[in-house]
Design a binder for this molecule. Structure first.
Ligand code: XBP
Length: 252
């Protein structure tokens, strides 16, 4: 018996949109400038900082590794305040429409809704930041569960956020498919026994995706077809629900 696809679970940053390079990074730099801090995160440096998941955790790591002599009275308070300011800048970038969805994301989500496939979000981002992206590009109410940020004890690559989604939706992992863009995200989903499709981006394209069932450059559209990077060569220009059903059912 093949498994039936019932749920799609999406990571947010880098998967739904290129929010890391064009959003979070830019917003952190804006916050540093407003706070008169002489720090700038280039796209290259940000690529290294992405090794640490979570904006607050990433800032702490940066201070330890790159500004070891810089001091403040209350580090925790500093991180919280800087992150709040950064989130304001991030959300205003979204409101300006500065960060579009990746190719094929909206079509696939609309198709899933039309076919009664349930939807969820599993992200390391702060809830307000994740919701802001959904509000400006899709609709948060389309997602039965929006699991984000500090809701679980351990962020990706630990599987906690995926376990949380499965529990909330009362669904077995074999009926779900995950979309991720990073090795950390893939590791988190795999540890929760979830099959994962990876849509790589510039930051993640050289990472190890051995555990993915499929690795592509994007979900794709008729006029902007996908490239298969790893996995069986299926003849398709873009991912649709019928195709995902075949993948999950191991029927191709
Ligand atoms: C992305 C992250 C987040 C964002 C910043 O994780 O690691 O930290 O970079 O978001 P995912 P916050 O791929 O799981 O979405 O500043 O809101 O933490």
């Amino acid at each position: 018996m093949s498994n039936q696809l019932k749920v799609l679970i999406f990571d947010v940053d880098g998967t739904l949109a290129d929010t890391e390079r064009d959003g979070h990074r830019v917003a952190f730099n804006n916050a540093f400038a407003q706070m008169r801090l002489d720090w700038h995160w280039s796209t290259d440096l940000y690529g290294k900082l992405l090794a640490i998941a979570g904006g607050k955790e990433r800032l702490k790591f940066y201070l330890e590794q790159y500004q070891p002599d810089w001091q403040t009275e209350d580090l925790t308070e500093f991180i919280v305040q800087t992150h709040q300011l950064k989130s304001q800048y991030y959300q205003s970038l979204l409101q300006q429409g500065a960060i579009p969805l990746r190719v094929g994301v909206k079509r696939l989500i609309l198709e899933a809704r039309a076919q009664g496939i349930r939807l969820a979000i599993a992200t390391t981002s702060t809830l307000s930041n994740a919701k802001a992206l959904l509000e400006t590009t899709l609709d948060p109410s389309w997602f039965e569960v929006i699991a984000a940020g500090d809701i679980v004890a351990n962020k990706k690559p630990e599987p906690d956020i995926y376990h949380y989604v499965l529990e909330q939706m009362k669904i077995a992992p074999e009926h779900c498919l995950v979309f991720e863009d990073t090795a950390h995200g893939l590791q988190a989903a795999t540890q929760a026994n979830l099959k994962t499709i990876v849509t790589v981006n510039e930051y993640t394209k050289n990472q190890d995706f051995n555990d993915a069932i499929l690795v592509v450059n994007q979900i794709g559209e008729e006029e902007s077809p996908l490239n298969i990077i790893q996995g069986k060569t299926h003849h398709t220009k873009y991912l649709n629900i019928n195709y995902l059903q075949k993948i999950i059912g191991n029927r191709e």
